[in-house]
Design a protein around this ligand. Structure first.
Ligand SMILES: Nc1ncnc2c1ncn2[C@@H]1O[C@H](COP(=O)(O)OP(=O)(O)OP(=O)(O)O)[C@@H](O)[C@H]1O
Length: 641
């Protein structure tokens, strides 16, 4: 009778769309009651954020048990006051006592001397502010409190009691690759928190909560349901998640190689053929009659959302596989078709593929065997890859790989509620490995705010952005070993919300003497990869302080030049996961739409324990309160939920 269908008309705004819980006028209500229905709640604002953009605060917990008690339904309606078991008292009034409620009598119980000349109002304002902060802080704490004390203790112990990669039971070539290739030149190499948790877990060693003795009936059911192991790795940006999954997966591939019967039989036949041919090349024979069992059938797949990430993850994977003697190849839209075919169908087989979902899914459509031997599937940046734009392809790959799959690993720095719910529905037994600082921007990253509505910018955001970059650039520094007339090159990332704005901002910055490039699909590839390479390399970069070594600079010759900065202007997706270790400064040209975007954008600076600084430009129509909350949460080191 109290219909809440979408096509109804709201009594408050008379619009077709309606607030979720407001009661609405329907023919039935009119005929039955003979009067018009009225809403029981104030109208909710229409621009509510979609829940898919909201970070989950229960990442480390599994879904609620199906057998557990059902949550009480909220009673709401004209008869909601009846049959209550709890008094419906406004908590504000109950707590504050007299004078706390709005419009209440003047306080007699307040602190002495505070009830005259507006001081009391200020005092009340302050306490309310403090309450609000405490409320938010409490809300944030809830995600920690709901992880049991026992679990937190074990997680904490696990994080602190492993202080070397040698303590993981990785094969010797993989240990060697860590020291001599991946983290080469670093002193005092230690696994990061997520690596301490994830590497042993993915290798089948116990971590975290010691499971209670399982109910035999339940474990029987689980054994049937659970055909593979599923993991969620959730840890802050720049915390080393790539190595956390690559090390155990490559280790498993190498271990599996020895016991692979198909490969062993193939090697035997190959040796016989070689002997038969008396040392003549056998490649033709291989191609025609006896392709390797791994020929175009990788055993592990890493899915990432962008071509830039394909090449980044591939570089790290190759460093390990080169020592471990495994074949890892990449597939992305930036490769020409010939290269893709060569990579996929190289004789001798492939062990691991790093790819974007669209390309791999379309290849699997034409050759379903491609995914027939996959034992490990990693979905990096899982919140993007299970989002609308990628989920069809990602799910298709997952479905095709399922028969042979042993481990599914999802990995992300942010777990929005939509992903959390999706996991609870589709992967109820997934093991959640979440680090304690998840969803928090590290305190070593600071955030400055520029109000562009004020003087001297007067709503000129472009000018404010250029000014911010000039200020950063002017603070010239020199690294050790640089000559006296040289300065360090500062690498700055500017983030905008819309792809179309990237070029506009980059062009303006160029006109103001700043070496900037927009990262979008029309940017010349060589210039883009050259710029990106300088952002992802840790090596110090210097230039002549007077700009005399500008060479073929894109900055117009008439412009006053800022010689020691390089700027990339990008949207969030273009930079997801990119390991911009050299970046210390991020400018948020637009206020990000969600806290998820805040985390990823500011996460390009201050990676792996480095310090960083963000500057956000706030205009007249931007949510200053959101920016203030993010800034405060960053200062407090709290999660942005
Ligand atoms: N144990 C370690 N010690 C020092 N540096 C490390 C360690 N593990 C990884 N790194 C380095 O840390 C940097 C960031 O790692 P990575 O790109 O894997 O982060 P991430 O967690 O995937 O970040 P994002 O969420 O932004 O994708 C890389 O340059 C990597 O080489």
């Amino acid at each position: 009778m109290w219909r809440t269908a979408r096509d109804s008309v709201c009594l408050f705004c008379r619009s077709a769309t309606r607030p979720r819980t407001a009661l609405v006028e329907t023919p039935q209500t009119q005929s039955w009651l003979g009067l018009r229905a009225f809403a029981t709640r104030p109208h909710e604002p229409r621009d509510r954020r979609p829940s898919r953009m909201v970070l989950s605060d229960r990442v480390s917990q599994g879904p609620r048990s199906r057998d557990g008690p059902k949550p009480r339904r909220e009673v709401d309606g004209p008869w909601s006051a009846t049959n209550r078991t709890v008094a419906n008292i406004d908590p504000d009034r109950r707590r504050g006592g007299e004078g706390r409620g709005r419009g209440g009598p003047p306080s007699r119980g307040g602190p002495p001397g505070r009830d005259r000349g507006g001081t009391r109002e200020r005092y009340l304002g302050e306490t309310r502010d403090k309450d609000a902060t405490r409320f938010k802080a409490l809300k944030m704490q809830r995600s920690l409190a709901s992880v049991s004390y026992r679990e937190r203790l074990t997680v904490k112990n696990r994080i602190s009691d492993v202080d070397s990669f040698d303590q993981f039971n990785l094969l010797p070539p993989i240990q060697e690759a860590i020291q001599n290739e991946v983290l080469k030149g670093m002193v005092d190499i230690k696994p990061t928190p997520v690596q301490r948790l994830a590497v042993p877990a993915l290798m089948g060693q116990p971590i975290g909560r010691q499971e209670r003795e399982p109910d035999p009936r339940q474990s029987q059911r689980r054994a049937v349901e659970k055909r593979r192991e599923e993991f969620l790795l959730a840890a802050e940006t720049g915390s080393g998640k790539t190595l956390a999954y690559l090390l155990p997966v490559i280790n498993a591939l190498k271990e599996g190689e020895a016991g692979d019967e198909a490969v062993a039989a193939y090697e035997k036949r190959l040796a016989a053929e070689q002997e038969h041919r008396g040392g003549a090349p056998v490649s033709e024979w291989i191609d025609k009659f006896e392709p390797h069992p791994n020929h175009a059938r990788p055993r592990a797949i890493v899915l990432v959302p962008t071509a830039e990430l394909v090449s980044q993850v591939l570089t790290t994977a190759k460093k390990i596989s080169h020592v471990a003697k495994l074949k890892v190849r990449g597939i992305s839209a930036t490769y020409n078709p010939l290269k893709i075919e060569r990579n996929m169908y190289s004789h001798g087989g492939i062990d691991m593929i790093v790819a974007t979902p669209h390309l791999l899914a379309s290849m699997a459509d034409s050759d379903p065997n491609i995914l027939s031997r996959v034992s490990h599937l990693i979905v990096d940046e899982a919140d993007s890859l299970f989002d609308r734009s990628f989920s069809a392809e990602t799910s298709k790959i997952l479905d095709r790989a399922t028969p042979s799959l042993k481990q599914l690993i999802l990995c992300s720095a942010t777990i929005p509620r939509h992903l959390d719910n999706y996991l609870a529905a589709h992967f109820p037994h997934i093991r959640r490995i979440a680090t304690p600082n998840l969803h928090a921007i590290p305190r070593r990253v600071q955030l400055g705010v520029i109000d562009v509505a004020k003087d001297p910018y007067r709503h000129n955001k472009l000018l404010a952005c250029a000014d911010a970059i000039w200020t950063i650039g002017k603070d010239a520094a020199m690294h050790e070993g640089a000559s006296k007339d040289e300065v360090d090159v500062k690498r700055i990332m500017v983030f905008v919300n819309e792809r179309e704005t990237t070029q506009e901002v980059a062009d303006y910055l160029l006109s103001r003497g700043i070496d900037a490039i927009a990262m979008h699909r029309d940017t010349p590839e060589n210039r883009q990869s050259e710029m990106l390479a300088s952002f992802t390399s840790n090596a110090p970069l210097s230039t002549k302080a007077d700009g005399s070594d500008a060479g073929s600079s894109p900055v117009p010759s008439a412009a006053r030049r800022l010689p020691n900065t390089k700027v990339i202007v990008a949207t969030d997706l273009a930079s997801r996961g990119i390991d911009t270790v050299a970046v210390r400064h991020v400018v948020l040209f637009d206020v990000p739409h969600t806290t998820i975007d805040f985390i990823h954008r500011l996460g390009r600076a201050g990676r792996m324990g480095r310090r960083g600084r963000g500057v956000v430009l706030v205009g007249k129509h931007d949510r200053k309160d959101v920016v203030a909350e993010v800034k405060e949460a960053m200062f407090m080191g709290q999660a942005l939920i």
